[in-house]
Design a protein around this ligand. Structure first.
Ligand code: ZN
Length: 423
């Protein structure tokens, strides 16, 4: 058996970042990354290497400008899928929106609202009804540059508004100073193609496959080193070392596309009952490579699976935070778990997570040593589970977890297909 090589994992990450760079969901660059991953799968001699294509609703940004009354331009990024301003732009008073209470919402009519509250898509509707001219999403921490973000296209079909992201400190200086801005955006909606890349290592059992996955796409304009060239690199290194092993269970490797548009690749995969019926477990790697950091696991599955992770980490002397809380945001483990497959999301948190989805998210925060503990942990878990006579847990996602995932999908405006026999 080969060993997980942290240097090799770092090299995969480096090649994705340096040779392909930005991999925005539903673009040609995402497609180029998919082809590179497919070529690696073929080089490892995985079985049944293929692409799984699907359509995504997204947008292209044609214009994005924010300026002060004296004409000074400020850095900004139009929010994906937001409404274009009229060609001459929007000019207005900037006020802070601190909550979505009716009192707070009264103050933003005809104003430009700078959000100091985390706005889930369900709150977005409420805010729109209050009649602001436009919305500003500041980056959440001082010194952090503009965060590239988008709203779900399906969510704003009926009602929409111009929206831009800005650096935290720029928004602050506007609120302290002129309290006025001019915004011009042009956002074009498009239907685009995206894809998952799949490969397999055969196993002797028919119906207990284990999936190892991670998304390889990024938001617009960023390199996406730790989110998620690094998780893709962990997946690739695991594919490389398991490729020629004799296994009891089939190992399915999936590089997910368009995660950043609302988990589109993993939904596409998990909504197909042919893909989930033989699947007993999913490991999703999202956000890795951060050198100054620690490992976390979110387990959306039975208690026994959580215990297995805790035990294995302790046995290896690896500090691991294990929880079954969803946490902020989402990842590809959630659709899999929602459709009944126990799923674990492994990530590496650290200070550098603060600059995720900005132009600073490149290799400077990363190092090959960041792959040592995740390599040891994931290889050990997979070796045991892929070879075990019997799995030490049931294929079952507890009801309260499924409900929490469903609520998160609703809050985030993510549309999904109804489950078979439900709704
Ligand atoms: Zn990610």
């Amino acid at each position: 058996m080969k060993f997980f090589d942290a240097g090799s994992a770092y090299h995969f990450m480096e090649r994705l970042v340096k040779e392909i760079g930005n991999r925005e969901s539903g673009t040609d660059s995402e497609r180029r990354a998919a082809q590179q991953i497919k070529a690696w799968f073929e080089e490892f001699e995985l079985a049944n290497v293929r692409m799984e294509e699907f359509e995504v609703q997204t947008s292209r940004i044609l214009k994005e400008e924010v300026s002060l009354p004296d004409g000074t331009q400020l850095e900004c990024a139009a929010v994906g899928n937001s409404l274009s301003t009229p060609p001459q732009g929007i000019e207005g008073e900037v006020v802070m929106l601190e909550s979505t209470s009716s009192g707070a919402l009264k103050n933003i009519e005809n104003k430009i609202a700078a959000l100091s509250v985390v706005l889930y898509e369900k709150d977005f509707c409420k805010v729109m009804k209050a009649g602001p001219q436009a919305l500003i999403y500041p980056s959440r921490t001082p010194l952090a540059p503009t965060i590239y973000r988008s709203i779900r296209a399906e969510y704003v079909e009926k009602q929409n508004i111009p929206a831009v992201s800005m650096a935290h400190d720029d928004v602050l200086s506007v609120l302290k100073g002129p309290k006025r801005l001019k915004i011009i955006t042009e956002v074009q909606s498009v239907t685009a193609k995206s894809q998952n890349v799949l490969g397999e290592v055969p196993g002797s059992l028919e119906d207990e496959d284990i999936l190892v996955g991670g998304h390889y796409d990024t938001v617009r304009s960023v390199m996406g080193a730790h989110d998620n060239a690094a998780g893709t690199a962990v997946m690739l290194e695991l594919a490389r070392i398991f490729a020629h092993e004799k296994l009891n269970r089939k190992l399915r490797i999936v590089a997910f596309g368009s995660e950043e548009l609302g988990l589109r690749g993993s939904f596409h995969h998990a909504e197909n009952p042919d893909n989930t019926k033989n699947l007993t477990l999913c490991f999703d790697f999202d956000v890795h490579g951060i050198l100054l950091g620690t490992l976390n696991a979110v387990v959306l599955g039975p208690e026994e699976l959580r215990s297995l992770l805790r035990f294995t980490a302790k046995e290896l002397g690896i500090p691991l935070q294990v929880t079954n809380e969803l946490g902020m945001g989402g990842s590809d483990h959630m659709p899999l778990a929602f459709y009944g497959v126990p799923s674990v999301m492994l990530s590496r948190a650290g200070g550098a997570a603060q600059i995720m989805h900005t132009e600073l998210e490149d290799l400077r925060w990363c190092g090959s040593d960041a792959f040592i503990s995740i390599g040891k942990l994931s290889q050990t878990l997979l070796e045991r589970l892929l070879r075990a006579e019997e799995l030490p847990f049931e294929k079952k996602v507890p009801n309260d977890i499924t409900k929490a995932i469903e609520k998160r999908f609703e809050d985030s405006g993510i549309k999904k297909k109804a489950k078979e026999g439900v709704e």
